[in-house]
Write a protein that binds this ligand. Structure first.
Ligand SMILES: Nc1ncnc2c1ncn2[C@@H]1O[C@H](COP(=O)(O)OP(=O)(O)OP(=O)(O)O)[C@@H](O)[C@H]1O
Ligand SMILES: O=C(O)C1=C[C@@H](O)[C@@H](O)[C@H](O)C1
Ligand SMILES: [Mg+2]
Length: 186
């Protein structure tokens, strides 16, 4: 497998598969996997829903910015972010500076099918979560479109198939995935 020179940062809506597909991409590239949501939860010893409730969303966003910065300064890995991370310019700037962003592009209905049964996402705890998801989706598209690469999700693609598609997209960027002499021999 080629060598990874930059951290691969998975971005996109809740339910797009950043955590699930990111984990599989890391396995394919044989690099560590980290998830900014998980790191925040570990550091705070509280769930995301509890952090939103007790400390508020701005507090969560500050911790998210710090965690993403710390992880970007480590060795190249696959970093899955929370659905809102790529919305802020300060996060996009730090990701641009030392990583490569990959948007998992999924349509609204696919996202809804994936998130509808879970109550862990505080932003969807509303009277009409489907409408809330639509509003977030429409408001967020312009930010996700700024990602370096986009990979389309589909109900027909498994997590593994999505991971292969992400690796194929990364291969279009030799500055990110460099072929080694050993790969050429293989
Ligand atoms: N390609 C896929 N095929 C089947 N199921 C998938 C696929 N991608 C993701 N899923 C499932 O959809 C759900 C949501 O995926 P995941 O948690 O990875 O989304 P996320 O983008 O990390 O969301 P969040 O922003 O809330 O962290 C999970 O149950 C996951 O296993
Ligand atoms: O889309 C969002 O803004 C969020 C997505 C999740 O990954 C968590 O980061 C949190 O629930 C907020
Ligand atoms: Mg996730």
């Amino acid at each position: 497998m080629p060598q990874l020179n930059k951290t691969v940062v998975m971005v996109g809506m809740m339910g797009a598969g950043k955590t699930a597909v990111g984990t599989a991409v890391a396995r394919l590239l044989k690099v560590p996997f980290v998830d900014s949501d998980d790191e925040i939860v570990k550091a705070a010893s509280r769930s995301i829903a509890e952090i939103f409730e007790r400390d508020g969303e701005p507090f969560f966003r500050d911790r998210e910015f710090e965690v993403i910065g710390r992880l970007l300064r480590g060795t190249p890995c696959v970093l899955s972010t929370g659905g809102g991370a790529f919305l802020s310019e300060r996060n996009r700037a730090q990701i641009r500076a030392s990583g490569i962003s990959v948007w998992l592009r999924a349509d609204l209905e696919l996202l809804w099918q994936r998130v509808r049964h879970k109550t862990t996402r505080p932003l969807l705890r509303t009277a009409n979560p489907h409408e809330t998801l639509r509003t977030l989706y429409e408001a967020r598209l312009p930010a996700y479109e700024m990602a370096d690469l986009a990979v389309d999700a589909s109900p027909d693609y498994s997590i593994e198939q999505m991971a292969v598609r992400v690796v194929e997209a990364l291969k279009t960027r030799p500055d990110v995935l460099a072929e080694t002499a050993k790969d050429d021999d293989a």
